[in-house]
Design a binder for this molecule. Structure first.
Ligand code: UD1
Ligand code: CA
Length: 453
């Protein structure tokens, strides 16, 4: 790798064709803003911290970037050439600029590496042969096979329009001559913009610029929402293929949504309509889906989850969950826990082999091992102002339809009778009965009948 490369990401454009208030760079694909994909490719290629050119909605872009990039403001978006010239005002150490358009979410780090390795002493750029070159700048090669010039779509004549080799929007160029070329670029073109490609063409007229071809599936730019959806599905396919190659069975790739950040272990089976998002991790030999959404959640090995939503939740090995379970942030289980239908939990830790099989709400609680939580149990954790904590000891048995009013403690091996409303501690091995004693009124129906007649 040549010394002194500074990546520059162009992300000041409004993305007029998106028809959006949101700057184009922040439109989300596969779980993260478009520009996040570009930054990852740069990082994975081993490049130093990029300089990002921001403008339209720049505060939002800057906020998203945080410490991952330095930012330079392009107050007026006069074109890509003007954007690079603006970046160069803030950059005085680098010998090379690696300029990447911020709307290339499919571009891979390997292609950036190829650009760096195969560029000559005067630099180079990425191109691709595509079936439909409409909208892209076209590549005219010179006799030596290097770059002749780049012609923007709107400035093409008929012959040029037929060229299928296009400008991807990633360039490695030496800084000193680039400054001179940028100074020479005007805006006499169909869009009245300062085109970066004109500076590149100018450099090519002075020396050999290497043309490095990449696969067409990496170049899809995102100018409008149709392209956003296409790029989304291409990214999704790429993620699902990554998992399949790593030993995961995906029953229906078209309806399986996996963020780039997600990890899944071998021999796990993903059923249709599964959404794996954020920092989620799944162990080996799990069955996930159909219809599961995992957000920043972790499953151990051999877990089974169907028709459920899990947010910031951790399930231990062999735990099963669903159908129709909603586990909210702070849920953490031990091994072989069984969580059944219509169960909601939040901020609950559960020990090994505990069962919560039907219709329960559990919030802010520590629950031991081998506990049985009967159908309809509710932990009454909120008094209208604050949340309170509940503790349930190992092997306790909570009967059906119990209300546990927090803060409260249920002892080890204690029983709570069905239908009880418990608001005092239950000692170890005790039975708590907290309900009206049943009385039967003999002959009541006959007396009522005679009253009615
Ligand atoms: C650009 C290239 C074109 C190439 C295509 C591929 C130019 C003139 N054309 O066209 O040859 O085939 O990308 O993706 O470069 N931006 C700024 N400031 C500006 C204008 C744009 O930062 O003043 C940013 C945009 O936010 C965007 C990137 O530069 O991320 C490219 O701009 P865009 O308008 O999308 O260029 P294209 O017309 O797609
Ligand atoms: Ca574009």
């Amino acid at each position: 790798m040549p010394e002194g490369i500074r990546p520059v990401v162009l992300a000041a454009g409004k993305g007029t064709r998106m028809r959006s208030e949101l700057p184009k760079a922040l439109h989300r694909l596969a779980g993260r803003p478009m520009i996040g994909h570009v930054l990852s490719a740069l990082t994975d290629a081993g490049l130093p911290k990029p300089l990002c050119v921001v403008g339209y909605g720049g505060e939002l872009v800057e906020e998203y970037l945080g410490s991952r990039a330095d930012v330079v403001w392009q107050e007026e978006q006069l074109g890509t050439g003007h954007a690079v010239a603006t970046a160069l005002k803030a950059e005085n150490k680098a010998q090379w600029l690696l300029v990447v358009n911020g709307d290339l979410p499919l571009l891979q780090s390997t292609s950036l590496q190829a650009l760096i390795e195969r560029s000559g002493p005067q630099g180079g750029l990425l191109t691709a042969e595509v079936a439909d070159p409409g909208g892209y700048g076209r590549i005219e090669r010179n006799r030596e096979g290097g770059l002749g010039r780049i012609v923007e779509d709107k400035d093409c004549d008929e012959r040029q329009r037929a060229i299928s080799e296009i400008n991807v929007g990633a360039y490695l160029l030496p800084v000193a001559p680039l400054r001179d070329s940028l100074a020479r670029v005007g805006k006499e073109n169909a869009q009245g913009e300062i085109y970066f490609v004109d500076a590149v063409t100018d450099l090519a007229s002075q020396g050999h610029l290497a043309v490095v071809s990449v696969a067409p599936d990496e170049v899809a730019q995102v100018n409008d929402r149709r392209e956003l959806a296409r790029a989304e599905s291409a990214l999704r396919r790429r993620q699902v293929e990554r998992l399949m190659l790593a030993g995961v069975t995906v029953l229906d790739p078209a309806t399986t949504y996996v963020d780039a950040t997600v990890q899944v272990g071998r021999d796990t089976v993903l059923h249709p309509f599964t959404f794996l998002e954020g920092e989620s991790r799944i162990g080996e030999g799990c069955e996930v889906g159909p219809q599961v959404r995992l957000l920043d959640s972790v499953l151990g090995d051999a877990c089974q989850v169907s028709f459920s939503v899990l947010e910031e939740t951790e399930l231990g090995d062999g735990t099963s969950c669903g159908p129709f379970t909603h586990l909210r942030p702070g849920t953490k289980t031990g091994r072989q826990v069984s969580i059944g239908n219509f169960v909601e939990m939040k901020g609950v830790e559960i020990g090994d082999q505990t069962k919560v099989r039907h219709h329960s709400y559990l919030g802010n609680a520590s629950i031991g091992r081998r506990v049985n939580i009967g159908a309809g149990t509710v932990i009454v954790n909120y008094d209208g102002h604050r949340k309170h904590h509940t503790r349930i000891g190992d092997s306790a048995f909570i009967g059906c339809n119990a209300n546990l009013i927090a803060p409260v403690e249920i002892g080890r091996e204690a029983y709570v009778a069905a239908g009880s409303t418990v608001n005092q501690a239950v000692p170890d091995e005790a039975l708590a009965v907290a309900r009206e004693r049943q009385r039967n009124i003999e002959g009541w129906v006959a007396r009522r009948r005679s009253r009615e007649e």
